[in-house]
Design a protein around this ligand. Structure first.
Ligand SMILES: C[S@@+](CC[C@H](N)C(=O)[O-])C[C@H]1O[C@@H](n2cnc3c(N)ncnc32)[C@H](O)[C@@H]1O
Ligand SMILES: [Zn+2]
Length: 159
């Protein structure tokens, strides 16, 4: 499949189609060494951006080493990621024209509470964050709870 890495309006570099891609095409595999979440946290704790893909077991990530690792997030994506037997593939979810940037929804879920993972995809339905809808709802509920606790304690720190 012909795809290239170029500068992106979304973030730094992105991945672009050089030929028409039909809906349902398996475009590229997200390859790279498998690390445990702990190893990745230690390796990349101060990195502003990483090429990590979280596997569904919740315990391992792929440290991306190919073109797929340059695919940016969008809240209105033209691709999706699909995990099959521990391997991850990027598939088109609609027809894609040559020159279009490939994107998928990262649906992040496991980050520091003070990290908003702001999204710059520019889509009309942008949710403002690369976190998933569910994660954002969870975070919203957590911060409401925290604010309520703070109010009921009169602002005093609780042990
Ligand atoms: C796997 S890299 C993607 C390639 C990256 N653009 C580059 O040139 O290195 C993932 C990182 O890209 C950035 N990124 C991707 N999509 C983004 C978006 N929609 N909004 C903001 N930052 C984004 C974030 O820093 C994220 O951690
Ligand atoms: Zn967005």
């Amino acid at each position: 499949m012909s795809i290239v890495i170029r500068r992106s309006k979304i973030h730094a570099h992105g991945c672009y189609a050089t030929q028409p891609i039909s809906k349902g095409t398996r475009i590229v595999e997200y390859t790279g060494p498998r690390l445990t979440v702990k190893q990745a946290d230690e390796l990349y704790q101060d990195a502003p951006s990483t090429y990590l893909y979280g596997l569904s077991d919740g315990e391992h990530v792929i440290d991306g080493d190919n073109t797929a690792a340059f695919i940016n997030h969008s809240c209105d994506p033209n691709c999706e990621s699909d995990e099959i037997d521990g391997r991850v593939y990027i598939l088109s979810i609609r027809d894609i024209r040559p020159g279009e940037e490939l994107t998928y929804d990262y649906s992040l879920y496991d980050g520091e509470l003070d990290d908003q993972a702001p999204c710059w995809c520019g889509a009309a339905n942008c949710r403002g964050s690369m976190y998933s809808e569910e994660e954002l709802a969870k975070r919203e509920a957590q911060s409401k709870k925290k604010a309520a606790r703070k109010k009921s304690s009169g602002g005093r720190k609780q042990s």
